[in-house]
Ligand binder design. Sequence first.
Ligand code: SAH
Length: 423
Amino acid sequence: MRGSMDAKYPKLANRFSFPKLCFIHCSRRRSERSCVIFVILTEIEESFPTIVRDVPTKLDMTGLISTHKTDIKSMHLDELRRIAQPSYRAGQIVDWLYQKRVSSFSEMTNLPQILRQQLTDNFSFGKIDVLRVLGSKDTTRKFLFRLSDNNLIESVLIPASPALYGSPSDRRTICLSTQVGCAYGCKFCASGLNGWKRNLRGDEIVSQIMAVEAATGERIDNIVFMGMGEPLANYDNLMRAIQIINAPWGIGIGARHITISTCGLVPQIRQLADQPLQIRLAVSLHGASDDVRSRIMPVNRKYSLSALLEVCRYFTSRKKQRITFEYILIAQVNDSEKQARQLAKHARDLEAKINLIPYNTVDGLDWRQPSPKRQKEFLAILRAAGVHATLRREKGDDIAAACGQLRLQTERDLAPPLLKSSG
Ligand code: SAH
């Protein structure tokens, strides 16, 4: 086996170990790779049970077997260490990616040419294009991105805003998307109006931050996953991205400055509670009883309010941190005094904070926000019950900043050829 590999790649044979030669071989012969990799790995395992651990493992396999290359910005440092030898090369790669922010392997000039070639052969170096920016500096700015497959996603950059989510020192907060579209069909939300298309990959999540920082020259220090999609329905890619966002070798944003917002996926909230990072949790409650919540959030029929509140309690106990309930105020749907009192009770029981958000009008949907007087009354009931609650005017509603709106507008406005042509 070794002999035949040496013969096939005489120039590489004395530079690379046998497993690496196999890896190179497989990546070069992409058309045959699934079957070749299977045969080779079986043989390696049989002949070298001890070195098989050094064979590029899980991620390399993903890259080889899937039809697409893994994007380099989906890779963690420890995974890169397994494939870029000596292992300090991995540190150089992430330095180029996240500190120097280069946009191609060829710019990684302190890497040997052969490694740059290997990276080019085995990984993609994706980038997302800014298609539109709405808003201006010092206001909320909305970014519409085109992905490599022409799908559109949005991120929103929110300037300094005391205690918006989490810490009182929020500076520049970015609201990130995690999916193209959304499958949960909340009745008031634009994101799910055209259904769910696909999950974003880890690199596409991370790239939103990098693209906004590149476009604005500003450093982002707070992340909220409140853009398009349900973050916890894309759990693995989300956590992969969060680890890169959080890592000192990556974007370097502390876990307590990262908030995940969910419509209430109970099993994944439990999973989040059990993982080690101190990420913050915001729960889109929007109804304080099952009847009201089920009317506007179909997910409540799957995970009832009591199941949701129970898992919130579990999260709070595991993480020793307060969660936030988001509550959109919609006229004559969830803005009654009774709802306010029930909501106050749930929040008090869990020591949760409440963020009231007046409903932001979405084209094609009939919901309305309550009058300012009604909004304030609702807030007063919560506060009178001793709950920490804020009422915030949805920043950027003038630029269609509520999730999914800009994408929908743009998909309607843009002629199909633009969406289909480049990429
Ligand atoms: N799927 C996640 C995150 C995306 S939505 C979740 O449900 O939490 C982020 C927040 O924006 C949610 O609280 C959502 O309910 C809210 N939202 C959606 N449409 C809105 C609208 N039209 N006006 C105000 N808030 C809206």
